[in-house]
Write a protein that binds this ligand. Sequence first.
Ligand code: AMP
Ligand code: ZN
Length: 135
Amino acid sequence: MNDCIFCKIIAGTLPARKVYEDDQVVAFWDARPAAPIHILVVPRQHIPTLNDVPEGDPLIAHMAEVARKIARDQGVAESGYRFFFNVNRGGGQVVFHLHAHVVAGWNLGVLFIHMGVALAIIWNRVASLVRLRRP
Ligand code: AMP
Ligand code: ZN
């Protein structure tokens, strides 16, 4: 029995919000989106990581073409999007069935700067409250 979540989605035994499919790949919305648009491009074949794709295999180019089409369909091709693979645990990979992320909708760099500024303000406030309470 194959326990892979993405194999189950491809087989249709687990639900997913599919946006595209062909004979090589399936694309569906990420269940825990990190941005307003977060879609995964997944090959039908169970390949654990990017490292396992044979050299010269046209699959990765096809996945990039599908990502490009999805970005166009979602209306973010011009404004911009990210297309990336997490590879192995150190690279943040959690599901070991090859997949590429297509992420768009927030300027992630700016978001992190805002979060950093907010944390600094909160930290200063807490530090001054602690100082005030000291005898
Ligand atoms: P990664 O960290 O590159 O392995 O990404 C795995 C992604 O799969 C994460 O963003 C998860 O939110 C997503 N994910 C996990 N289970 C499901 C599922 N059943 N349907 C859709 N996305 C999922
Ligand atoms: Zn699989």
